[in-house]
Design a protein around this ligand. Structure first.
Ligand code: HEC
Length: 116
């Protein structure tokens, strides 16, 4: 019941219009920044310049074999698939966070483009 109420509230907000449009920077601060800092840490690789970068290529981070084994670059489409379900994109990845909302993923990816 509580979950339905929460979903209804979110739906109401999203129907309310642009004033409530997802803010990628804010979403990143809430859901990603506790692990992803400006520079790589033991917790997570740096996402500075990640859009267009080769997958699993930050020199100063030890990736899982799962992500290290992926070919390709972080295009918007790859980021979208990864953030929708990291485990489906790269089974065995150490990245634990998924972003189920299409709108929130798009906003976060737009924000990642600004990290240069
Ligand atoms: C609990 C810590 C944690 C959180 C929170 C987290 N990540 Fe990650 N992320 C990781 C780890 C660890 C990896 C490396 C995964 C691997 O090696 O398999 C990673 C990898 C990534 C990569 C691939 C980077 C590369 O260099 O190839 C992207 C993109 C990414 N995360 C985006 C995000 C976004 C966007 C969020 C927020 C919605 C987020 N992450 C939240 C820990 C986290």
């Amino acid at each position: 019941m509580v979950r339905y109420a929460a979903a209804a509230a979110v739906l109401a907000l999203s129907l309310a219009g642009p004033a409530f449009a997802a803010d990628g920077g804010q979403l990143f601060a809430m859901q990603c920044k506790m692990c992803h800092q400006a520079a790589s840490t033991a917790m997570a690789p740096s996402l500075t310049g990640v859009v267009g970068r080769k997958i699993a290529s930050a020199a100063d981070f030890t990736y899982s074999p799962a992500l290290k084994g992926k070919a390709g670059t972080w295009t918007a489409a790859n980021l979208d698939a990864f953030l929708k379900s990291p485990a489906a994109f790269a089974p065995g990845t150490k990245m634990p966070i998924s972003v189920p909302s299409d709108e929130n993923r798009a906003a976060i990816i737009d924000y990642l483009k600004t990290l240069k």
